[in-house]
Design a protein around this ligand. Structure first.
Ligand code: GDP
Ligand code: IMO
Ligand code: MG
Length: 422
């Protein structure tokens, strides 16, 4: 058996949560392998709308096992709130959610360091989610992190050593007024540690490989998107983990030859939240319309998302990096009323046209567009490809011909049921 990976090909918020929930019945185990509560994955079914931050999106489908892998960073206070709100609607996960002992903990001071670092950067800030992601991964790589497994031995002592060194940084380097915020965070953080202890803390690399040997099927749920990858995204305006397919190997402890299908998700247009380059961004009324109809406001921070046309240059790059085998196109319904739709097929850089995604993206990149006819049809009630308007079929064919990967799922609304397989 192999591990299938589902990940975002753009700048996050492609609809990963929805599709993982749709695909979960086909899998025995659902895992997260990177990122943390910077993610906001939305699921909708039976009049329930739920946003998950740390927990895999397979939890609403009965007795499936969900695993938070070693590559994930966990904020105990956010985790506790997620668990509580799921309990309130009747989902008790204590038997079905496992947590890797090697996953790193986001300390209260990591969150403060994120805020201090962003404030110090001023106008050139990353626009992070302020969840402490960057500082936590920095400590992990700097070999100063605190892991879930540490909860089991001399925890308070280890915690205090890290917090003391963070306080030094906050006061001496950032001159950051931390006291009130730290005492506010700490209480709920330690309550969160108690909640984590109610779950099975496992050696997830052994668990996952044993499951494969036993013939179980596994899906790995990406967070963020390829263009936010620490190595291949628009650095430094990226997140701090490997969001790409290779991240599933290091974030779960599986060998590269254990990766099976790679589902790459994209919106029928583009969005980005936070700072950084975005070649096809629309700063006009059309961008405003996409934001309004697509309800493009961050699931985690509520910030308005920047909107633009579909960028095939960036998608082609993301497909190459990830080895995508299946494409999934989301939110086609958002463009239902458009007379015409533009697609970026190349960039003009210093007077030269290219389809290769460049190393540096700045104001000098001018997208070249093809203009396609809009379908002017309400897709939200469409149940099969036979009901697709011709202009939508042409839009799909244009993308497939360019990218040379089949689009196997088209999503036409936020609900679980509004999903069409091709
Ligand atoms: P994720 O982070 O990739 O899981 O995506 P988010 O949940 O942050 O953002 C996707 C948003 O689009 C959520 O509000 C979903 O409910 C919504 N959504 C997902 N698929 C569709 C779709 O096909 N059409 C529409 N209109 N909304 C969708
Ligand atoms: P999901 O999983 C969209 C963005 C932030 C910022 C940059 C760095 O829901 O798709 P960080 O807090 O990670 O240090 O922020 O990355 N970002 C996301 N954008 N969706 C996400 O997750 C994101 N997670 C982080 O806005 O630009
Ligand atoms: Mg999201």
């Amino acid at each position: 058996m192999q591990v299938d990976v589902l990940l975002g090909l753009q700048w996050g918020d492609e609809g990963k949560g929805k599709v993982v929930d749709v695909l979960t019945p086909r899998y025995d185990v659902i895992t997260r392998f990177q990122g943390g509560p910077n993610a906001g994955h939305t699921l909708e079914f039976n009049n329930i709308k739920h946003v998950l931050h740390t927990i895999p999106s397979g939890i609403f489908r009965g007795d499936k096992i969900n695993v938070i892998g070693n590559g994930v960073v966990i904020d105990p206070s956010i985790f506790r709130k997620e668990i509580q709100s799921l309990k309130n609607i009747g989902f008790d996960l204590t038997k079905t959610l496992y947590i890797s002992k090697k996953a790193h903990l986001i300390l209260p001071t990591h969150r403060l360091l994120d805020a201090a670092s962003e404030a110090a950067k001023g106008a050139s800030k990353i626009g992070s989610t302020l969840k402490g992601i960057g500082p936590t991964y920095r400590d992990k790589i700097g070999r100063d992190g605190l892991r879930v497994g540490d909860i089991l031995h001399n925890f308070k002592e280890k915690y205090q050593t890290r917090v003391d060194s963070h306080i030094e940084l906050l006061t001496k380097f950032y001159h950051f007024d931390y006291q009130q915020a730290l005492s506010d965070y700490e209480k709920e953080w330690f309550e969160g540690i108690e909640v984590i202890q109610q779950f099975q803390l496992i050696d997830s690399e052994h668990f996952i490989n044993d499951q494969l040997l036993a013939g179980k099927s596994i899906i790995a749920e990406g967070a963020q998107g390829t263009m936010l990858d620490i190595d291949f995204g628009s650095y430094p305006f990226v997140t701090s983990s490997n969001t790409i397919a290779a991240g599933a190997c290091t974030g779960l402890g599986i060998a590269p030859n254990k990766i099976g299908r790679v589902y790459g998700i994209f919106k029928a247009y583009c969005t980005r939240v936070g700072s950084g380059p975005f070649p096809t961004e629309l700063l006009d009324e059309t961008g405003e319309t996409l934001r309004r109809i697509g309800n493009e406001f961050g699931s985690t921070t509520g910030r308005p998302r920047r909107c633009g046309w579909l960028d095939l240059v960036a998608l082609r790059y993301a497909i190459m990096i990830n080895g995508v085998t299946d494409l999934i196109m989301m939110k086609a319904d958002v463009m239902d009323q458009f007379e015409e739709i533009k697609i970026c097929t190349s960039y003009n850089i210093d007077g030269t046209s290219t389809i290769n995604f460049p190393n540096e993206i700045d104001g000098d990149v001018v997208p070249n567009y093809e203009v396609l006819e809009g379908w002017k049809t309400d897709l939200t009630g469409v149940e099969s490809t036979t009901q697709f308007p011709a202009a939508l079929s042409s839009y799909i064919k244009f993308i497939e011909d360019y990218l040379k990967v089949p689009i196997t799922i088209v999503s036409v609304g936020p609900n679980r049921s509004q999903t069409i397989e091709r």
